[in-house]
Design a protein around this ligand. Structure first.
Ligand code: KG4
Ligand code: ZN
Length: 391
């Protein structure tokens, strides 16, 4: 059983082929194109620009992933031409994809794929539609069922993968689990008491953690995406200093719920910088920058850890999954492990290269649903992008 998966929710175009290998899964094809350089120039992701970049890359990446998986045989025909009207009707908003799609169907035979999995949300809707319309075209023309996937569920399941080697993984089927999802667009705590049954118990009321990292990065003249760079600054400070002259607030840390707020920490960093530089009359020194990065990272991790601990205790969960781009943060990994392992909690972090968005997370989630007998396919005409899709 093979699954072709498509991810285009934000700024990474990810395509992969997942195959079943005994009871394990094999990543037999994986192609990823990042738009980071494009968005770095503007300090953030612009949906229309992201959409165009996805549309330009998606078909070459599908070819690349299918070739890696040995699933593409050249078979020159006018198969694509036959479906021209259908393709044109499905890609009215992505007209740049029409000719490459026709040429693709004219060049290659139908691959041996059982399902197509595609992210339907949450994310940037124009970007999501590129993946969804591609899945519709492939699904319709090849007559292959489509599995719609929630991007955040992808982060959860990917974090719990057990690596056998670079290609082979085992899915940990977990119950009694809490997931802390921390990315550029989301910060949420999700409970999974029974298999694949999720309940969101808390979320950010304003900025997502990754977004706050990116905004503070910009204040420190660091390029998008700033999370890893702010974290490297923070570590440089810890390695070279003993005491931080700055502290930043920890909003909502003791509130009686599982919600978060990060815009206050970010604003406090902004005011601190404004005071230090006398309203931009001078530049921040490098020492000040790394101290602010450290104060910011400490505050954020403190809040995340506190709320996670409260939820673990209240719900009595056994497993803790940390998913999403910020789960790649080294400091967070260290402090979470030190806090929760002694409580007898089993922690799951994604492989660093699978923490940020990719196609594998979508394929793996579909694979999990199929093998757990919980598969939900969707007719192509019913597939819709949902930017705010939630648990
Ligand atoms: O999950 P992801 O790739 O995309 C979204 O779905 O948002 O997460 C990207 C976010 C960015 O905001 C990036 O700055 C942040 O994750 N990030 C980090 C680290 N690596 C990525 N933040 C803090 N520390 C990191 N090491
Ligand atoms: Zn993500």
């Amino acid at each position: 059983m093979k699954i072709l998966a498509i991810e285009t929710s934000c700024d990474e175009t990810g395509i992969c082929v997942i195959s079943k290998k005994d009871e394990l899964l094999e990543v037999s094809g994986n192609a990823l194109s990042s738009q980071i350089e494009l968005h770095a120039k503007y300090g953030g992701v612009f949906p229309a620009m992201a959409k165009r970049a996805h549309a330009a890359k998606i078909i070459p990446l599908i070819i690349e992933a299918l070739l890696q998986a040995n699933l593409l045989a050249e078979e020159l025909s006018s198969f694509g031409e036959t479906y021209r009207t259908e393709i044109e009707n499905l890609c009215t908003k992505e007209t740049e994809m029409i000719e490459p799609l026709i040429s693709f169907f004219n060049t290659y035979a139908k691959p041996d794929i059982a399902y197509i999995a595609v992210t339907i949300g949450p994310g940037l809707e124009p970007a999501l539609w590129v993946g969804i319309n591609t899945a519709k075209v492939l699904g319709k023309i090849w007559n292959i069922p489509i599995i719609p996937i929630n991007h955040m569920e992808g982060h959860i399941i990917t974090a719990a993968l057990e690596k056998k080697n670079e290609q082979i993984y085992k899915i940990n089927k977990l119950e009694n689990t809490l997931s802390l999802l921390i990315s550029g667009g989301h910060t949420e705590l999700v409970l999974e008491e029974t298999l694949l049954d999720y309940k969101k118990i808390g979320q950010t009321r304003d900025d997502a953690v990754g977004e706050a990292f990116d905004k503070v990065a910009r204040m420190l003249d660091l390029a998008y995406p700033g999370g890893p760079k702010v974290s490297a600054y923070a570590q440089e400070f810890r390695d070279t200093h003993i005491k931080n002259p700055f502290t930043l607030p920890r909003p909502m840390m003791y509130s009686d719920d599982y919600d978060f707020s990060f815009s206050g920490i970010k604003t406090a960093a902004l005011y601190l910088i404004r005071d230090l530089t006398n309203n931009k009359e001078r530049e921040l020194s490098h020492d000040e920058k790394i101290a602010i990065a450290c104060a910011f990272e400490d505050a954020v991790i403190d809040v995340l850890k506190h709320k996670t601990k409260k939820a673990i205790e209240e719900y009595g969960v056994q497993n803790l999954i940390i998913g999403g781009g910020v789960a790649g943060n080294t400091r967070l990994r260290k402090l979470f492990t030190e806090s929760f392992e002694p409580m007898g909690i089993t922690l799951f972090f994604p492989e660093p290269w699978l923490a940020t968005d990719n196609g594998i997370m979508i394929g793996v989630t579909a694979f999990y649903m199929v093998t757990a007998g919980k598969i939900k396919t969707s007719a192509p005409e019913n597939l819709v992008a949902d930017g705010n899709l939630s648990f």
